[in-house]
Design a protein around this ligand. Structure first.
Ligand SMILES: C[C@@H]1N[C@@H](c2nc3ccccc3[nH]2)[C@H](O)[C@@H]1O
Length: 450
């Protein structure tokens, strides 16, 4: 353990109500929207395959022409209420929305820069429209904010000269001003999702970022901030120099999911995921593998089974409409969630040994276990290895509680659930009502002394 002034200020999970609610979300929506949605991954008739929200940074793209896109930003089809309905239909419990991405264009009328929606043909406050619409749908809002800001003259990737440091001091004030502005304008937001914090210039600001995080938490008690916001005084990010998580949850699972429970180190975490391989902003040409509804349902179950939230990205078009492929996925996921949501919301790691057929989740604060089944074996027998001293009192299909199972005990703490041969097109959930064994180890094998 080394002494740190600007490392983690907490060991272990937050136990307050705001974080408990966050922990139980299970499924969220990410929305990447901004000027990059206008070109949609193409420039001068040439379609590019890079991440469309990064187009300004690609070779051959004239930066000043890109920056002038704010003069053509007029999303006539933008309807935050329709977005919120789509999220509700999908079963998302929260949304993470881009207020400002790396290009620096602000979707709210910030007082601290001209590069905002106010100076576009659209004029109106998009962040407010989104916050209000999602609040009305009962979906919590977290604001995405990129520290890296390609548009701001005082942004620096590193601090090499005195001039750099003087400029960056101005940039730090600007960043603080915008963050206080967002938390003041939109007081109902539950958290901030920071990005663009990997460059040396920001990584060197351990004290400033630590103080700013403290100031934001004081301004908004209960505010949820992940591990990507700041580095400790040794430049360590996500986990400080003592290996302790910074912020309230691990924010490193971008387009990837932990392979096993040990990889999450007992922390809260979210996984943010794109539908194509790597497109956050709208790209007209979706190439490569496009994830299916079943794949995304499995990713959701997998994340929840390891104590995390799964946050699926949507990239609305330049006109503000959501593309049909994304509407279709939201509907498919939502149809499944309508039947099986009990196995996802307010659930956590069950402590059962992972089996090939799928994932265990546990309803927080109870002994209710869910088996989210994706792969029925040819034997149609689902293996269960319970933690010691566990009694399975009842087992039944969540979607049809009349379909009851009698677990076959095959050895101590190990059972088979025998399924009737079934047409298998969608994942399904089996509920295990369990209890702790009063005495012994809770299986009949305790009697068969070996
Ligand atoms: C949530 C995601 N984070 C941004 C991002 N930029 C990156 C640059 C290098 C490596 C990973 C990155 N992720 C993506 O543009 C998107 O906003």
């Amino acid at each position: 353990q080394i002494t740190l002034l600007h490392g983690s200020h907490r060991v272990g999970k937050r136990s307050d109500a705001a974080m408990e609610k966050w922990r139980g979300y299970g499924l969220g929506q990410f929305i990447h929207w901004g000027l990059y949605a206008i070109p949609g991954g193409a420039w001068n008739g040439k379609q590019y395959n890079g991440a469309a929200e990064w187009i300004r940074s690609w070779n051959g793209i004239p930066k000043s022409t890109y920056d002038s896109l704010n003069y053509s930003f007029n999303p006539t089809a933008f309807d935050a209420k329709a977005w919120a309905k789509t999220a509700r239909q999908m079963g998302a419990k929260y949304v993470t929305f881009t207020t400002k991405h790396h290009d620096g264009f602000c979707l709210w009328p910030s007082k601290y820069t001209k590069y905002t929606v106010k100076n576009s043909p659209y004029k109106k406050d998009i962040v407010k429209a989104v916050v209000d619409a999602y609040d009305q749908e009962g979906i919590d809002v977290i604001l995405y904010f990129s520290v890296m800001d390609w548009n701001h003259p005082d942004w620096r990737y590193d601090l090499k000269t005195k001039e750099d440091s003087i400029a960056f001091e101005r940039f730090k004030k600007f960043t603080r001003n915008q963050l206080i502005e967002l938390l003041t304008n939109y007081p109902t937001v539950k958290g901030l999702w920071f990005d663009g914090t990997w460059d040396k210039s920001w990584v060197k600001q351990a004290a400033f970022a630590d103080e700013l995080e403290t100031e934001m938490r004081k301004l908004r008690p209960g505010l949820i901030i992940g591990s990507r916001f700041r580095a400790d005084e040794n430049g360590k990010r996500h986990f400080d120099s003592n290996g302790v998580l910074m912020g309230d949850y691990e924010q490193g699972w971008e387009r990837k999911i932990p392979a096993k429970i040990e990889d999450v180190h007992g922390n809260d975490w979210d996984c943010v995921m794109t539908v194509p391989e790597n497109q956050w902003g709208y790209n007209a040409a979706w190439n490569g593998h496009i994830k299916t509804g079943n794949e995304l349902i499995e990713m959701t179950a997998r994340c929840v089974s390891m104590g995390g939230n799964f946050v699926l990205n949507f990239g609305p078009k330049g006109d503000g409409s959501i593309r049909q492929e994304e509407i279709k996925l939201a509907t498919e996921i939502g149809d499944w969630m309508k039947i099986n949501q009990e196995a996802i919301y307010n659930c956590e790691y069950a402590g059962y040994e992972k089996q090939d057929w799928g994932y265990f989740t546990k309803k927080s604060g109870t002994d209710k276990i869910y088996m989210v089944v994706f792969n029925v074996p040819v034997s149609a027998a689902l293996r269960i290895k319970t933690p010691p001293k566990t009694i399975i009192k009842k087992a039944y299909l969540l979607a049809d509680t009349q379909e009851v199972f009698s677990p076959e005990e095959i050895s101590g703490d190990e059972y088979f659930l025998h399924l009737k041969k079934r047409e298998q097109s969608k994942p399904f959930v089996i509920v295990l009502e369990t209890a702790k064994a009063e005495k012994g180890n809770g299986t009949k094998y305790e009697k068969a002394k070996i």
